[in-house]
Ligand binder design. Structure first.
Ligand code: FAQ
Length: 339
C-alpha cells in the first residue's frame, strides 16, 4: 500500500571525481548559493528528489486538512470556527503552491494526486492520528505547525527557487497557525480543571508523533546526506527535532502542562534537552500505512477526488470554450469533450 514514490537512487553522496563536468559545474553553483530555476540544467536524481519531497509535502498539506476539518462544525465559538476555517483553507492553499512547484519540475498534478489516492505516495505520518477533542486542535496548531515551521524556515533558503519562494509565504501562514494553536491551549490550560485535563491529554497523545515528524534519526535517514549536499536540506532530521524540543518544552512549562517523557531533562553540558527513546516501530508502522487513521484518510481523499470530478470537467469545458472564443476558426468543443 505504501510503496516508495520513486527510486531516486540518491542515497549515496558522490565525490567530485565521480561527477561529470556538468554535475561538477552544477554542484559549484549550489555551493556558491545560486538558486536553481526550472529551465536550468539539473541532474535527474536532483529533479527526482525534489519531486519526491515537494509532492510528499503537498500531500501532507492536503491530507493535513482532514484532522482539523473534523472540528470545523464543532468549534466552541463563532470566532474559533472562523479562525479554524481560515487555517484549514490556508493548508489547502499550501498544497496548491507546492503542487505547482512540483509541476515546474515536469511532474503532472494528475499523476501526483493519483499516486496519493492509490496509496503509492507518502505524506506526513502525523496526519494519521485522530482528533478526539477540541484540545487536539490546539495541540495540532501548537505542536504540528510548530514542528512544521522549524522544518520549513530553512526550506525558504533551499537551492530550488520555486520551492524556496513558495515556502516564504507558507511559513508566514504557519506562524499564525502555531499561535492560534497555542492560544487554544492557553485558554484551556487557564480554564476549568476539566479543560486543563483535556489539554494535558492532547499533549500526551500528540507529543511523540510531533517529535517523529522530523523523520528517522540521522543514522537511519537514507536521503539526508545527498539532499544536504544539494542544499535541498540545510539541517539534518535530528538537528531540527532537537530545535523543536528545545523550543517547545518551555512553552509547555508556561502552560503548566507536562511533556509525556519521564526522561526529558535539560542537559547543561550540551545546552539542549535530552529525551527518552523514540518508538521508531510506531513511526515505520504509520508510514507503511498502518497508523490509526491511514485508511480513513486515503478513503476520504479518494472520495473528495471523485466528488470533484464535475468541477474539473466544468473547468476544462470552460477553458476549451474560452480558447474557442479567442480562435473562432478552431472546431467547436462539445460539452463533454476532454481537454
Ligand atoms: N512522515 O531519508 P529521510 C505540515 C520518509 S507539512 C512520512 O529522512 P527526507 C503543515 C521519507 O519521505 C508536514 N514519511 O527522507 C501542516 C523517506 O521515504 P521515501 C510535511 C516520512 O526526505 C500543519 C523515508 O521516510 N512537511 O505539517 C516522514 O530526506 C498542520 C526516509 O526519510 C514536509 O514534507 C514523516 N514524518 O527527509 C498541514 C517538509 N519522515 O520518500 C496541516 C518537507 C520521513 O524514500 C496541518 N520535507 N519520511 O519513500 C522534508 O523536509 C523531508 O522530506 C523530511 C524527510 C524531513 C520530512
Amino acid at each position: 500500500m505504501y510503496a516508495q514514490l520513486v527510486d531516486t537512487g540518491e542515497t549515496r553522496v558522490r565525490g567530485a571525481e565521480e561527477m561529470s563536468a556538468e554535475e561538477q559545474a552544477f554542484q559549484s553553483r549550489l555551493d556558491a548559493g545560486v538558486k536553481i530555476e526550472p529551465r536550468d540544467w539539473m541532474p535527474d536524481p536532483y529533479r527526482r528528489t525534489l519531486v519526491r519531497q515537494i509532492s510528499q509535502h503537498a500531500h501532507s498539506e492536503v491530507v493535513g486538512m482532514l484532522p482539523e476539518g473534523n472540528w470545523i462544525t464543532r468549534a466552541p465559538s463563532l470566532k474559533r470556527k472562523a479562525i479554524l476555517l481560515a487555517k484549514v483553507q490556508d493548508e489547502g492553499g499550501h498544497g496548491m503552491y507546492l503542487y505547482s512547484a512540483a509541476e515546474t519540475l515536469g511532474a503532472s498534478r494528475d499523476q501526483m494526486l493519483d499516486d496519493l489516492v492509490a496509496g503509492r505516495a507518502k505524506y506526513s505520518s502525523i496526519f494519521n492520528y485522530p482528533t478526539l477533542t477540541w484540545a487536539d486542535i490546539g495541540a495540532i496548531g501548537w505542536l504540528v505547525d510548530g514542528a512544521a515551521i522549524i522544518n520549513q524556515i530553512p526550506l525558504c533558503r533551499c537551492s530550488y527557487g520555486p520551492y524556496a519562494r513558495a515556502m516564504v509565504r507558507i511559513c508566514k501562514e504557519e506562524s499564525f497557525h502555531q499561535r492560534q494553536g497555542y492560544d487554544i491551549m492557553l485558554a484551556l490550560a487557564r480554564g476549568t480543571a476539566a479543560q486543563k485535563a483535556m489539554a494535558q491529554d492532547a499533549l500526551n497523545r500528540w507529543w511523540w508523533p510531533a517529535v517523529m515528524m522530523h523523520g528517522p534519526s540521522d543514522e537511519a535517514s537514507v536521503h539526508s546526506a545527498q539532499s544536504m549536499q544539494w542544499k535541498i536540506k540545510i539541517h539534518s532530521n535530528d538537528e531540527l527535532r532537537q530545535k523543536f524540543i528545545d523550543q517547545t518544552v518551555p512553552q509547555a512549562d508556561f502552560l503548566g502542562l507536562t511533556v509525556p517523557d519521564p526522561a526529558l531533562k535539560w542537559n547543561e553540558a550540551r545546552g539542549h534537552y535530552d529525551i527518552g527513546p523514540i518508538d521508531w516501530d510506531e513511526f515505520y508502522a504509520v508510514i507503511k500505512g498502518n497508523g490509526p487513521c491511514n485508511r480513513d484518510r486515503l478513503k476520504t481523499r479518494a472520495q473528495a477526488w471523485a466528488d470533484g470530478a464535475w468541477v474539473r470537467e466544468a473547468a476544462a469545458a470552460h477553458a476549451a470554450r474560452t480558447a474557442q472564443a479567442a480562435q473562432p476558426d478552431l472546431p467547436q468543443p462539445s460539452a463533454t469533450q476532454e481537454p
